[in-house]
Design a protein around this ligand. Sequence first.
Ligand code: NDP
Length: 244
Amino acid sequence: MGKVIVITGASSGIGEATAKLLAKQGNPVVLAARREQRLQEIVKDIEAAGGQAAYQATDVTDRKQVQALADFTIRKFGKIDVWMNNAGLMPQSTFDQLKVDEWDRMVDVNIKGVLYGIAAALPVMRKQQSGQFINLSSVAGHVVHAGSGVYAGTKFAVRAISDGLRQEEAAAGSHIRVTVISPGAVATELPNTITDPATKKNVDAFYAEDAIAADRIAEAVAYAIAAPEDTSINEILIRPTKQI
Ligand code: NDP
């Protein structure tokens, strides 16, 4: 059996592309997100292509559901080799619009969802004495622009959380690796979470010009997973060639 890989936010975009690629490479994948119908269809596609896959409807803002996802994976495949904290949303807007509900959602999904993933998988990986977290940050985890303050804040947080975890696990000698993937513009449904019309228009124009395919990010994830166990790919920052 290949590596057992759990992917949150696997119902579209980067998560879907990564699940399909990793399954094609012989790894059993467990797909999680809220849209069950889409997960079902993707699992069918993977199985039709000869891969092994399962899904569990999961809202990553609910710690119990994230724990249930880990429990389901252990029941189904007996271990968790890789946990990819990928679920995320990007409803960008300027602070003066006070879209506080959207700030809450970004903190809940982009930060707390990652923490709940760590809480669910770390004890399993500690017991196994091996494992890998793949956490999705962003170019926005490195650079802030007007209108992206909260989203960037969540993605800076993912890098901080990941580095803290990486340092602790290295010091503990647990053989657990932590990889941050930081994409630039990728053609997915992500901009659809933007509710401010002016921001949406700007982001759509930017993505229309520049965005790369989700498959490019899937390939980066596959590279980080395939690295020998004594080598930890700490972070991959990957932009469209034209993106500044
Ligand atoms: P998509 O919108 O295509 O995918 C987002 C995924 O997150 C969906 O599968 C969605 O599934 C899931 N999701 C959202 N909220 C929840 C929730 N509460 N619980 C569980 N799943 C949830 O966008 P991308 O593929 O682009 O995004 C994937 C990650 O990549 C995100 O973390 C994003 O911030 C990051 N990223 C993307 C970039 C881009 O340009 N596209 C650039 C940099 C980083 P469902 O709605 O079914 O729950």
